[in-house]
Design a protein. Structure first.
Lengths: 294, 314, 237
């Protein structure tokens, strides 16, 4: 059995895989957070809650309604996106002119409300969501065996990130979005309905977070807390990558997931703190993040 | 004797007799959080900086006091002072790191630092990790007063509270405090007037941290234990809420906000169960969207416009 | 005035608490080139911003092609045929030259004033060369051409141009003058704010003198010769 720095290779590869899985979630969530920040200038504290909501909605579709994973994959983002649109139109709409801080506070308030509601309806104890049959089992690569579902998660998440990146960097819609982030008033003067764009982007961001939740559902015990724990990490990722930078979010998310995984193998006590140390260091040296603008 | 002095005297009087009518430990808890919120307000309300990691000062002081009193036999006054010093030191370090950034970035760095502390505390043995630190003795204040008597403890907390609040008032109305207000309202102008804005901000941060530490220490002393919850960012979020609900930039606002949240938590918790955070969240949202000045701010606004109408009418 | 395409009636405007436009009254006829002249700070740019719905607060009546547009949402003004070149040019740094060009949606397919992309590249060959460069890497003159080109593509027939000759080399300024003359011959209506009086003088049909946020005088092209001294004195040239 080969050893790498004193740790069995199998163990390392296993943790790397887990790290990539976590990193995929970080990338997906920080992507949405970053785009929302770029266009709306709001730090969406509720992003983690929408991720959690996505997982619970998947559960809700399965349990009473018998609608399985693939249904959830399509319906949950739509429902969550709809909720996001309503939130934007009724609440966020009102705070646009104000300081950044209000966005953080309002979404913090939303987190409390949504999480509370989930606790009321689903209780606090963990729920289990089964791995879909079509994605269960193991993949044998010879030197290691990988759970199919985890590979799916990585592929799906990266695929979504790639599609998002392509749309934003290579299409006219993306160009309009980028211009709207830079100078919304001018873009409006050109005849683009910027308020509508903003609403749709928020809905999309939230829908994406919820989809991440669906992807995550079979991997863990579903409790209302899962949004909590991940949002702080995702904040770290977004700050490290640079608020508003798509590429920054994706790369930082993946890298940090892997870093965490490696840390768990060699220096487990540090694994939960790695991201914060990196975040503080990056902010000291490059205040706008690694890929940040301005 | 003007109305403000009257109100203050009334407040002190109420504090003095309250434990006869209400369970003193409840008021102690209220006072600790009211103090915490007031300390936090120095940052948000007066200097205009949102720190999302203040729980670290509250919790760290509690642990310092707890460990010192339980394992090193410190008397309570040393424990409290050590807690404050620990919190102030942490404030200095955190401030030095975070102060260069503005607004949202400042909030995020403070959040990151406090999470770092939280996770370190979770790993380290002498915090008791998930179980927390239990059995913190009440001790004898100055070697004489036995604090295991709830009323004596109450007295200590009440006196600290009044002194601290008076201290905050002094800070706020002093030239130092006025510079802070200037920084909040128009930082570029403050810089152009020659003020070393960063130093002022760090000083405000350290003061706020120290007073938060006082609150944390008192709470650990009163409840005889300290847990990781007091380092968690949700506590940081709660204290932000208390200040906003009560009204930033006023002295009584954070106190009112803290009372509101704690009372709600204590009295509604049994009856509404999980709906509690939904309710508090909704009230918070309402406050931010409709009542940005908070309870106290809106109240004093109404009062002064009423007075204006009366004067105009007469 | 016959064929009025744009009119402002008693328009007041504010930047926050600052009252900057004090009852502006003006009319522009279809196909006219009108120049807003005046000292710095008189409110000329503000008038253009008021028309485009970019002022925080504004009242009064603004009519475009006979329709009252005072209460219309900002993004619908482009639909009425307005094309705006802001003073800062507003080229987006995160977009390439071609993306900048294609950004404003085509609003008036039917106006007959629409310049197709190939025609634009004929008129402004530099832009074709620099199509893939990031917008802000273009020279000042190229950025100005880009700013004009992109609104021509939309089919706008009323062009609001703010200080287009500012900071550009004389050769480029001459090219711009040629462009304006070409556009005028095609029937575009142009309202231009120009600090450079020598640039604007031969191009405009009428000059509206702006002072303290209102129109204080109107000078016809025909009167220009014998009022030139007066105007120079007024502008402090």
């Amino acid at each position: 059995m080969t050893e790498i720095f004193g740790v069995p290779a199998q163990v390392l590869y296993g943790q790397l895989l887990l790290g990539l899985v976590n990193g995929s979630f970080y990338a997906l969530l920080s992507l949405g957070l970053s785009v929302i920040f770029g266009l709306l200038n709001i730090v969406n504290f509720a992003h983690g809650t929408m991720y959690m909501l996505g997982a619970f909605l998947a559960y809700a579709l399965l349990m009473p309604l018998g609608l399985g994973y693939w249904w959830a994959f399509i319906l949950v983002p739509l429902v969550a996106g709809g909720i996001g649109i309503i939130i934007e139109r009724t609440i966020l709409h009102r705070i646009y002119g104000l300081d950044n801080i209000y966005g953080l506070l309002v979404t913090f308030g939303l987190t409390m409300v949504i999480e509370g509601l989930v606790r009321v309806y689903f209780g606090v104890s963990g729920l289990r969501y089964p791995v879909p049959a079509s994605l269960s089992g193991m993949l044998d690569l010879g030197f290691m065996r990988l759970p199919v579902y985890r590979v799916w998660v990585i592929v799906a998440a990266l695929g979504l990130c790639l599609v998002t990146w392509l749309v934003i960097e290579r299409t006219r819609l993306g160009a309009t979005l980028r211009a709207g982030t830079e100078n919304p008033k001018l873009v409006q003067a050109f005849g683009v309905n910027v308020p509508l764009l903003v609403t749709l982007v928020f809905g999309w961001g939230v829908g994406l977070a919820a989809l991440a939740g669906v992807l995550a559902a079979p991997l863990m015990q579903l409790t209302p807390q899962i949004g909590h724990s991940i949002i702080i990490t995702v904040f770290g990722v977004v700050v490290i990558g640079g608020m508003g930078s798509i590429l920054g979010s994706i790369l930082s998310g993946l890298t940090l997931g892997v870093l965490e995984g490696v840390a768990k193998v060699y220096y487990p006590e540090a694994s939960s703190t790695v991201i914060f140390v990196v975040m503080i260091l990056v902010l000291l040296v490059r205040p706008h993040g690694l890929f940040g603008k301005q | 004797m003007n109305s403000r002095t009257l109100l203050i005297l009334a407040g002190v009087a109420i504090l003095a007799v309250a434990p006869v009518f209400v369970y003193p430990m409840l008021i102690v808890k209220l006072l600790c959080f009211a103090l915490f919120a007031s300390a936090f307000n120095l940052m948000l309300g007066y200097t205009g900086l949102l720190s999302f990691g203040h729980a670290m000062f509250f919790g760290i002081a509690g642990y310092v006091l707890g460990l010192g009193m339980k394992h090193l036999g410190w008397p309570p006054e040393v424990g409290l002072l050590a807690g404050m010093a620990g919190a102030a030191l942490l404030g200095l370090i955190a401030g030095a790191i975070a102060i260069r950034r503005e607004g949202i970035y400042f909030a995020m760095i403070t959040l990151a630092i406090s999470q770092l502390i939280y996770f370190i505390a979770m790993q380290v043995e002498w915090t008791g990790r998930d179980d927390g630190l239990h059995g913190i003795p009440r001790g004898h204040l100055f070697g004489i007063i036995d604090l295991s008597n709830d009323f004596a403890l109450y007295g200590l907390v009440a006196v600290c509270f009044v002194l601290a609040l008076a201290g905050i008032r002094r800070i706020v109305t002093s030239p130092f405090g006025q510079v802070l207000t200037a920084i909040r309202e128009n930082e570029p102008r403050a810089i152009s007037l020659g003020y070393d804005v960063e130093r002022y901000k760090v000083m405000a941060f350290v003061l706020s941290a120290a007073l938060s530490g006082l609150a944390g220490g008192l709470k650990a002393l009163a409840l005889s234990y300290e847990s990781l919850n007091d380092l968690h960012w949700s506590l940081s979020g709660e204290v932000v809420m208390m200040c906003i609900l009560g009204g930033l930039g006023t002295l009584s606002g954070p106190v009112v906000g803290a009372f509101f949240v704690i009372v709600l938590q204590n009295f509604l918790a049994d009856k509404v169960g999980e709906w509690l955070s939904v309710i508090i969240g909704l009230v918070f949202l309402f406050c931010i969207l409709a009542m940005r000045k908070g309870f106290v701010g809106e109240f004093t606004d109404r009062l002064s416009s009423l007075r204006k109408k009366q004067r105009a009418a007469s | 005035m016959a064929g009025v395409i744009l009119s402002l009636n008693d328009v007041n405007g504010w930047y926050g608490e600052s009252h900057v436009l004090h009852g502006v009254n003006l009319e522009v006829a279809r196909g006219e080139v009108v120049s807003l002249i005046g000292r710095n700070g008189a409110g000329r740019t503000t008038i253009l911003r008021a028309i485009m719905g970019l002022l925080e607060r504004r009242n009064g009546r603004i009519e475009i092609k006979g329709r009252d547009m005072s209460a219309v949402a900002a993004h619908k003004l482009a639909m009425a045929g307005l094309g705006y070149c802001p003073e800062e040019r507003g080229i987006f740094s995160t977009l390439s030259c071609e993306e900048n060009l294609l950004l404003p949606p085509v609003t008036r397919r039917d106006s007959g004033m629409r310049v197709s992309l190939s025609e634009i590249y004929e008129m402004f060959p530099n832009l074709a060369e620099r199509a893939k460069s990031p917008g802000t890497r273009l020279s000042g003159g190229e950025q100005q051409m880009l700013a004009i080109a992109r609104i021509l593509r939309t089919g706008a027939d009323i062009l609001l141009l703010d200080e287009i000759s500012e900071g550009l080399a004389p050769v480029i300024v001459q090219t711009l003058a040629r462009v304006i003359r070409e556009l005028k011959s095609r029937g575009f209506t142009i309202v231009m704010v120009e600090q450079n009086f020598r640039f604007a003088a031969p191009l405009a049909d009428r000059f509206l003198v702006i002072e303290h946020g209102r129109v204080v005088d109107v000078v016809q092209q025909s009167e220009l010769a014998h009022r030139m001294d007066e105007i120079h004195r007024f502008l402090g040239v």
